[in-house]
Design a protein around this ligand. Sequence first.
Ligand code: BGC
Length: 455
Amino acid sequence: MSFNKDFKWGAATASYQVEGGSYEDGKGISVWDMFCKEPDRVYNGDTGDFACDSYHRIKEDVKIIKDLGLKAYRFSLSWTRILPNGIGEINESGLKFYDMFIDELIKENIEPYITLFHWDYPYELYKKGHWLNDESSKWFEEYTEVVVKRYGDRVKNWMTINEPQVFIGLGYSLGTHAPGLKLSKFDIIRMTHNVLLSHGKAVRKIREYVENANIGFAFVCDTGIPNTTSEEDKNAAREYTFNRQSKVNDTKRYDFCFDNELWFDPVMLGKYPNWVYKNYSDNLPESLDDDLKIISENVDFMGLNIYHGKVVKSSEEGFEFIKFNAGHAVTGLDWPITSEALYWGPYFMYERYKKTIMITENGLSNKDWISIDGKVHDEGRIDFLRSYLGRLSDAIDDEIDVTGYFQWSLLDNFEWAEGYKDRFGLVYVDFETGERTKKESYYWYRDLIAGKKEL
Ligand code: BGC
């Protein structure tokens, strides 16, 4: 197998999904706190108020991470724990909480990988017009500065923004995630620009304060999987991965939020795809050229979140989807199991952008429970990991530069609009008491990392 000794084996979580303590010690309110209060927004009326109670379990969680043998742990900061209003007043207790967590990780030789923003946007900034306000990138820059000033001496690894495709696409276009809006595609483009600019400004701030920083982002990589290895099908998969707009030549198309080139091209190549200039030039700012310089500030790695892909074959229009056979394996959330995505996602991304890759998320949701023998027999997750990691190892063999893998997730946690319906963790969490039970997959992953298990 191709994972060398420096490969960063990790796991990931995000603040709102695990911390709980939503109203404690001066934390400000986020759009997710508000969204969960609305009826019928989240499955079963679930909220992140308690979640995994990680806010009160620093030592316990770090021990779980250590015993797993992780070299790296990816987690996000709650913006409003640090700046309750998003900007301005700083909450020292919030900063202290992460001080303690970071120090505990470092003490155990686990490298912190911090995500600055994983969707829990300050409600006070939402009221000021959120990402549609052209000041929003300055707000993000201010928050970044507070954070890197404080932790930059100890934390080298940073990710700016998690999955803008999802928080914009579901939060502001489809309205199924916080804050639950359905804005026009014109607004969406302007927000996209402001989010990308926030990313670029954050990269610059991190470089300013952190010596030898290792900086990336964590974007969804929605990948095409060629139906066969023929060049035609490979081209079709490439088209799906980077050129969906040309097939669906319809300016009314609302779901461009997931088109890779909309997010990756500005950051990695310093330009928008042609369809943006053609259809949305009125929605881009006058400062576009200068902004693109900031947006494309050099990063050290591309963080890809990959759970599944679309199988496609070539057709006259560029590509055509292949329907899955009846009974094709799906996850608890009904996502198709397509381990090939962990080969072709990195393959196409590396081919286009030639940049080191980390898999910042990948994992399986399941309906796990504690069996009568007291164990959690999540064989499906072990099988998922074996097949997906097998394909990732093939990609590395084919000289795709992948340096790390973060399993989503360390703990079962609050799965956004799906509440606690499904479980993604290597560790089972009782959401009433916070009690943790290691699943079989936890032990399997531990042994793999330790080199005691083969794929
Ligand atoms: C997000 C996580 C989420 C996971 C599973 C990603 O979309 O970054 O917050 O829990 O995938 O849905």
